[in-house]
Write a protein that binds this ligand. Structure first.
Ligand SMILES: Cc1cc2nc3c(=O)[nH]c(=O)nc-3n(C[C@H](O)[C@H](O)[C@H](O)COP(=O)(O)OP(=O)(O)OC[C@H]3O[C@@H](n4cnc5c(N)ncnc54)[C@H](O)[C@@H]3O)c2cc1C
Length: 399
């Protein structure tokens, strides 16, 4: 419903909706499409007009593909993949600096999509279902008590539930922190750089993950259509110049000289790196995707988490089930990831793992394959314990 009120100074438009979704990335779109399909009235507002650029490798694991299929339904999912997929990959290789530790064949295909194309496809699909969206119209301020958001255009939206799917820097979270001092803003993240070079300038195969080139993170390189995506990250607290490391890495990956200038520019963006508050009940706000800190804290996979949390936000609104309860398994996996992250990137452990992995490839393969699609099964814990014991033994011997 839209009401226009006029007084001597200004004209303002007030729209009303059940659910206002801020942000139309995969989290916002997954939520909007799910609500629209269930007949729940919603409005999406995004500061950008679509198609818009989004820095992302575009690697989607099997669980991400399954989740998107669940949200879209079979036919729409196939149409989406036809438009957005730039490549499929079944192998990934783990490297210790420039020495390959293991090459793993996954049971399932990883798909490599073009993010701007996928995000635009999801927005157009939502519109085709009759969904309402305000593009190029970001949220400017929110009165959380009155449940009214003011957009950049000056339009006001009155809502019952607010879904904040507005990315890692979440303006909604900042506004909530200003409005309610009990709400703790969590800004911990990893800063990533990524560049896309033409495939003719770099011959590589597999999805490649390199350890030991940057502390507390990894570097990646994989072919995607006629491009090769190359990138790396660092904790925002680590003081290293990752641009220099990236340029050196490009050379090591065999990117032909001069290609780095000729190709698309090196761009940077942040990924959240800590579990964040998912719900703020007193203000009826649900956080989804990066805004809610939903990423895999071991591999930094974010697309699956965005779609999953967005669809859970919708499910919670539709069925009345607690959102906190729905996202609990994801939070558990993130806590597990956050715990293992400390070991995986701890140099002595990493060195042993690389050494052990080259002779026990099946262990590393299982560890990573399980982490990509699941939580490690019990026997794997035993193997992790073996690696830990070996680490301790080496550390003691050195002393
Ligand atoms: C370099 C890099 C590479 C990555 N590679 C991968 C990968 O290969 N695989 C993977 O799974 N994950 C990857 N990720 C992570 C993944 O990109 C994110 O987790 C994912 O984009 C989160 O989706 P989202 O919908 O939560 O947020 P976003 O996609 O960031 O969408 C947020 C939306 O909110 C909008 N918005 C922001 N402010 C406002 C406002 N004030 N008002 C209205 N709208 C607003 C933005 O315009 C945007 O459209 C990568 C991340 C980086 C940085």
């Amino acid at each position: 419903m839209t009401i226009t009120t006029t007084n001597d100074q200004s004209t303002s438009t007030l729209m009303t909706t059940e659910v206002l979704i801020i942000g139309a990335g995969p989290a916002g779109s997954a939520c909007a499409i799910s609500l629209q399909k269930a007949g729940v009235d919603c409005i999406v507002a995004d500061k950008a007009a679509f198609p818009r650029f989004k820095l992302c490798g575009g690697l989607i694991t099997q669980k991400g593909q399954d989740c998107l299929r669940e949200v879209l339904g079979n036919d729409a999912y196939e149409q989406c993949m036809e438009v957005c997929v730039r490549g499929r990959e079944q192998y990934f290789a783990l490297w210790d600096e420039c020495k390959r530790i293991v090459r793993v064949k996954l049971d399932n295909n990883i798909v490599l999509i073009d993010r701007p194309t996928m995000d635009n496809w999801l927005v157009q699909h939502y519109k085709s279902l009759g969904g309402r969206i305000m593009e190029g119209n970001g949220v400017k301020s929110i009165d959380f008590a009155a449940h009214v958001a003011v957009l950049e255009s000056g339009e006001e939206v009155s809502y019952k539930k607010l879904v904040a799917a507005d990315g890692v820097h979440s303006p909604v979270a900042h506004m909530l922190a200003d409005a309610d001092k009990r709400y703790k803003l969590n800004k911990k993240g990893c800063f990533c750089l990524e560049v896309f070079v033409d495939e003719k300038d770099c011959d590589i195969e597999d999805v490649n993950i390199h350890f030991n080139l940057v502390p507390n993170f990894y570097t990646w390189a994989f072919k995607k259509g006629n491009q090769v995506a190359i990138g790396l990250g660092k904790l925002t607290t680590d003081k290293i110049d990752i641009k220099e490391v990236l340029i050196d890495y490009m050379k090591r990956m065999g990117v032909r000289q001069g290609a780095e200038q000729a190709s698309a520019p090196i761009r940077g963006a942040v990924i959240p790196s800590e579990v964040r508050q998912a719900e703020w009940k007193s203000a009826d706000v649900l956080f989804a995707g990066d805004a809610g800190g939903f990423v895999e804290l071991l591999t930094y996979e974010g697309i699956y988490y965005a779609i999953r949390s967005g669809s859970y936000a919708a499910q919670s609104i539709i069925s009345g089930t607690s959102y906190t309860q729905l996202v609990r398994p994801m939070h558990r996996k993130m806590q597990y990831g956050s715990f293992f992250q400390k070991f995986i990137y701890w140099k002595p452990f990493l060195n042993i793992m690389c050494k052990y992995g080259s002779t026990h490839g099946a262990f590393i393969a299982k560890f990573y394959a399980d982490n990509i699609d699941n939580i490690p099964s019990k026997p794997l814990w035993k193997q992790i314990a073996i690696v830990l014991m070996k680490t301790v033994r080496v550390a003691v011997k050195r002393k």
